[in-house]
Design a protein around this ligand. Structure first.
Ligand SMILES: Nc1nc2c(ncn2[C@@H]2O[C@H](COP(=O)(O)OP(=O)(O)OP(=O)(O)O)[C@@H](O)[C@H]2O)c(=O)[nH]1
Ligand SMILES: [Mg+2]
Length: 392
């Protein structure tokens, strides 16, 4: 069911057919006048059917609105009634677009879908949108399987809709292994590519009835099932939780993970003045001494902090972002180029702030990114095994 954004005049409600084109309607009319020529009519019918099949399988991305009566296409959306309003959003039927970009993510598809299935926000108000890019594993196949299964669940567990988009060639030249992704040299390129991928997904999936957009990476190990309501309750334009990762005991048990959520510093502003305008500052690397306060380090390690603590941020990470849809409608996006020496989600945070939106983070409210051992960790584990030391 749509929320407050609805076509206002039933007279103009369009039939979603997807298969009928103006040319096909003309052909149908033609048949009526050519009944006597049965062979020609059958031939044309066959051509018409083949064209339709070709279009469905090779071109059709989604159903399209067709005006059957020739009265013209008209839909009216009244945004004065739309809300993204913090607590009580589900009672007001506020609808969320949940976006997840995916690349070579076969190992986490089931984990990701289980988490989504556990969300407590009413599922019929959540529309899922996935973008699969540049994958040479079973990401697409497994995703489609889980999406189809999701529609066989009891009505109250079904999502409003599930859209899977496949589009490669964002020019990904960076590998998706843990060490490939984390070298400083690839960060700027990778972040710009991811920015373009996120913008593409958003522009394909955002509909007039969405009040909120929730960005969620696939590789999350644990996350509260009430996360949507919890983030909404703070009523900020853009908000992120803290992101840590679990570690094996011999590596310390846990670690701050996402360093992309931060507050701006004088040192970083001075550093930016010395950089080429296309260069992207990346946090957590000695090459970029920004001295910025990171959301990740505000967390109490014993997990006993107040989960409602909130701080203003400038840059944000992309693992889990809740934003009011109006932020995107105002033209804020994930820069696929350097914006003030930042790209993707950090550029998004900076841009949103610049346009007067509130951007915040929750230092004590934590979700856990999946632990993937680096090449060094694997080497160390082998050495520990050789010495008979525990590796968990
Ligand atoms: N569509 C698309 N998705 C991608 C691409 N690269 C990564 N992803 C997905 O985007 C999300 C975030 O990517 P990650 O590689 O985990 O990046 P991250 O969590 O920000 O950073 P690290 O985990 O620290 O590398 C995951 O769901 C990935 O599967 C890409 O080129 N295209
Ligand atoms: Mg990740």
């Amino acid at each position: 069911m749509h929320s407050t954004i609805l076509p206002t005049d039933e007279r103009f409600v369009q039939r979603k057919v997807g298969l009928v084109t103006r040319a096909q309607r003309r052909l149908a009319r033609f048949f009526r006048y050519q009944r006597s020529n049965a062979v020609l009519a059958r031939l044309l019918l066959a051509v018409c059917a083949m064209a339709t099949i070709y279009r469905v399988f090779f071109f059709s991305v989604s159903p399209i609105n067709i005006d059957i009566d020739g009265t013209g296409s008209f839909e009216f959306y009244d945004y004065s009634k739309q809300q993204s309003s913090g607590a009580g959003a589900s009672a007001r039927e506020e609808r969320i677009l949940l976006c997840t970009p995916l690349r070579n993510a076969e190992d986490v598809i089931d984990l990701m879908f289980d988490h989504l299935q556990n969300l407590t926000y009413p599922h019929h108000l959540i529309d899922l949108a996935f973008l699969v890019s540049d994958s040479d594993d079973k990401t697409e196949e497994l995703l489609e399987k889980r999406a189809k299964l999701a529609f066989k669940l009891p009505q109250e567990e079904r999502f409003g809709s599930v859209d899977i988009f496949k589009r490669s060639s964002f020019g990904a030249t960076v590998g998706q292994g843990f060490d490939d992704r984390h070298g400083v040299a690839v960060q700027g390129v990778r972040r710009k590519l991811m920015g373009r991928a996120r913008n593409w997904l958003l522009s394909a999936a955002l509909k007039p009835h969405h009040s909120w957009v929730y960005w969620r990476d696939a590789d999350i190990e644990t996350s509260p099932k009430t996360i949507l309501e919890d983030l909404m309750a703070h009523d900020r334009d853009v908000i992120v939780p803290n992101v840590w990762r679990p570690l094996p005991k011999w590596l310390g048990g846990q670690q701050p993970y996402d360093l992309n959520s931060w507050m701006e510093s004088e040192a970083a502003l001075e550093l930016a003045k010395t950089l080429d305008e296309d260069e992207v500052i990346v946090e957590g690397y000695a090459e970029y001494p920004t001295w910025r306060p990171h959301l990740a380090y505000f967390r109490r390690e014993d997990g006993m902090g107040n989960i409602n603590d909130i701080v203003d941020l400038d840059g944000i990470g992309g693992v889990s972002i809740l934003a009011k849809a109006k932020v995107f409608r105002a033209g804020i996006n994930f820069p696929g180029f350097a914006f003030e020496n930042h790209a993707e989600t950090e550029g998004f945070g900076k841009m949103a702030r610049k346009q007067g939106f509130s951007v915040a983070g929750l230092p004590q409210y934590t979700i856990w990114h999946k632990y993937e051992p680096s090449v060094d960790d694997i080497r160390e584990m082998k050495e520990r095994e050789r010495q008979g030391l525990p590796i968990d």
